[in-house]
Design a protein around this ligand. Structure first.
Ligand code: ZN
Length: 195
């Protein structure tokens, strides 16, 4: 078990007038503590490693911890699945064109929520409940590696992204903590191999 960084205000604490302190109140307390220790005010807006990380929003996946990155070093774009949607491309365009990033790491992971249902299931449920269908695609997948390759292709074939020579995709195994590379061609990746 990895402990959260701060556990300053314990659960069940009662604040002013005896009102229970809820989760977000506790988080705001953590933020006060953060500001007290803060020393990173000189960091530049441009990520110093010129890196963008596109990853699933899964709570078990900690891209900064996994890749050994700190504040000011990279951009993180996250959504359900870590899929390269139009909005991911929008963020990557801005990241590269205005904020100087050059390399992109994509991270999918095992036991992803997006493997557990289909687009039609969600769309039918939403339609049945609300009478409307969303304008966005759900983008579920049943093959992690194939979706990762598709996500890489969406980046490398985008006319709007200037730097596509260093785009690499990985699957994080939530069961072992290991990272496995998936090449754009589907051939086995060799650790340490260039490309
Ligand atoms: Zn996921």
């Amino acid at each position: 078990m990895v402990a959260t960084r701060y556990a300053i205000i314990p659960d069940g604490t009662r604040g002013r007038r005896g009102v229970p302190v809820h989760l977000i109140d506790r988080l705001v307390g953590n933020a006060d503590e953060w500001a007290r220790d803060f020393t990173a005010g000189e960091l530049a807006v441009q990520p110093s490693l010129r890196l963008a990380v596109v990853a699933c929003q899964d709570s078990r996946l900690d891209p900064q911890g996994l890749l050994g990155l700190g504040p000011g070093e990279a951009h993180y774009m996250r959504n359900a699945g870590g899929t390269v949607t139009d909005d991911m491309l929008r963020s990557l365009v801005i990241s590269q064109r205005f904020l100087g990033t050059r390399e992109i790491v994509l991270i999918h992971h095992t036991d992803c929520g997006m493997l557990r249902f289909t687009d039609d299931q969600l769309l039918d449920d939403l339609h049945a409940e609300t009478g409307m269908r969303p304008t966005w695609a759900v983008e579920t997948f049943d093959d992690l590696d194939a979706d990762l390759r598709q996500s890489m292709r969406r980046i490398t074939t985008s006319p709007f992204i200037p730097h596509t020579d260093r785009v690499r995709g990985f699957v994080y195994e939530v069961e072992t903590g290991r990272l496995r590379e998936v090449t754009a061609t589907g051939r086995n990746a060799h650790p340490g191999a260039g490309g």
